[in-house]
Write a protein that binds this ligand. Structure first.
Ligand code: EPU
Length: 435
């Protein structure tokens, strides 16, 4: 296991290029399961991350031949009989659930391990199952697996709203399933996230007939088969937002390239309220912090798109520990997604949690400390805190961070940060205990 060693206090300056979106790439890769044998899906700009590698491994087990050439991924179906997504893979990546809809639609059967809870809280899949049941899938759960059957799915009207809004991967699953269903499917309260919009556009490029893209109501006219296609994965708005927060927390001047600013309205507005100067141009956003001046406090509520994304809550919490007054963050997607708050506390942050709200009293300077990442975005938040802290911060369990950020340490170093990735010499017994 590796850790990041960060010496804080450097001001970030320069240009960084954002890669393809993890959360767009994962369901797009799963869409290859909708193809007939011999058909090929070519995806460009697929980030090289632990999660995209895990999805590639799962698809390989499901009969897809996966070839990677840098950020290009070629996915062609060699064998359309396997239908099992095993626990060993699903437990390492919840997005594995994205194979359920396409397997069922194309192969008539699926056996997918139920994902459990995770470090960011309880994450049920009841809405995925409810939606597929509406399409006349027969579903049972036993021995920790979802077992699904359908000779051919049948179009129906489905409603995907839950207590915390719609479901992103649930919408993706149902959308993929409905493309090959008999008749028309309507998804009411569909997730509107840009990653889902892009998935729908890719499916249309493969021959699907999806209407209403970007709205709360998707209409899918089922077709008999889909075809191979080529597609470039959209830029990762969460990676972009993380670099922008890094610019703000260090009082730096960072130009983030390959950004779709229209996907980031809430984030850019929040940065402006925090006192950063934000300049947008086509595919580029420049964020300038205020060297020598503290950030302004803000109140943030995470919401489904186009609201402030929950995946940027931790990086922005890190930045707000440096504000000159009190900020409030309310988490409306994952009420328990605050494990980073206690670790930030070890660095001198003053954060009080009350149910799904965190109250952050800004401090003048954090102090470097050994801390532990317990999830991907929380880990990124700790790295940002380390960039601003006085002295040395060690962030352990960087494998969480590698799930979603490609070479984060190299790219921050190129902007002037002092960050190194080194082997964690914690004793094996201790490492095993905390894994
Ligand atoms: N929910 C249900 N029932 C369901 C599905 C979801 O109650 O059947 C609840 C969840 O517990 C949560 C809310 O609905 O409270 C939203 O969950 P959603 O299903 O939208 O999340 P997801 O699809 O599992 C994706 C991203 C997450 C991101 C969320 C919210 C992927 C692969 N993952 O998860 O990304 O936080 O949407 O935007 O797209 C990350 O990248 O670090 C990450 C966790």
């Amino acid at each position: 296991m590796d850790k990041f060693v960060i010496h804080g206090g450097r001001i970030l300056r320069g240009t960084v290029r954002v890669g393809g979106s993890k959360n767009a790439a994962l369901p797009m890769m799963a869409a290859s399961l909708l193809l007939e044998r011999g058909q090929r899906l070519l995806l460009r700009s697929v980030p090289d991350l632990a999660d995209t590698r895990t999805m590639a491994e799962l698809l390989t087990q499901l009969g897809v031949h996966v070839e990677r050439d840098g950020h290009r991924l070629s996915l062609s179906v060699r064998d359309d009989r396997p239908v099992i997504a095993p626990y060993q893979i699903v437990r390492t990546m919840r997005a594995s659930i994205c194979v359920l809809g396409p397997l069922l639609a194309r192969r008539g059967k699926a056996q997918v391990s139920l994902p459990g809870g995770c470090a960011i809280g309880s994450r049920p899949v009841d809405l995925h199952l409810r939606g597929l049941a509406r399409l006349k899938a027969r579903l049972t759960i036993d021995h920790g697996y979802i077992r699904a059957h359908a000779t051919r799915l049948k179009g129906a009207t489905t409603y995907l709203g839950g207590s915390f809004g719609s479901t992103v991967t649930g919408t993706g699953n149902l959308l993929m399933a409905a493309t090959l269903a008999h008749g028309d499917t309507i998804i009411e309260h569909a997730a509107q996230e840009p990653e889902i919009q892009e998935l729908a556009r890719l499916l249309n490029a493969m021959g699907a007939r999806v209407e209403g893209i970007g709205g709360h109501r998707l209409v899918i006219h089922g077709v008999d088969r889909l075809y191979g296609a080529e597609w470039t994965v959209m830029p990762d708005r969460i990676e972009a937002g993380t670099f922008m927060a890094a610019a703000a927390i260090t009082g730096g001047d960072v130009t983030v390239e390959n950004v779709r600013a229209e996907h980031m309205i809430a984030v850019l507005e929040t940065l402006r309220q925090m006192g950063a100067r934000v300049e947008e141009s086509t595919f580029t956003v420049r964020v300038r912090g205020r060297p020598g001046r503290r950030l302004e406090p803000v109140d943030i509520t995470t919401l489904p798109y186009p609201g402030f994304p929950t995946d940027l809550q931790a990086p922005f919490m890190a930045a707000l520990t440096q504000a000159r007054d009190i900020s409030v963050i309310t988490e409306r997607i994952y009420p328990d997604r605050f494990s980073h708050a206690a670790e930030l506390g070890r660095m001198g942050a003053r954060i009080t949690k009350q149910e799904s709200t965190a109250i952050i009293v800004g401090v003048r300077r954090l102090s470097g400390a050994p801390v532990m990442a317990s999830d991907l975005r929380g880990g990124a938040g700790l790295v940002l805190a380390g960039l601003a802290a006085k002295g040395c911060t060690e962030v352990r369990r960087v494998y969480h961070i590698q799930r979603g950020y490609e070479h984060l340490e190299r790219r921050l170093s190129a902007l002037g940060a002092s960050i190194r990735r080194v082997a964690d010499t914690a004793t094996p017994a201790l490492a095993a205990q905390t894994a």
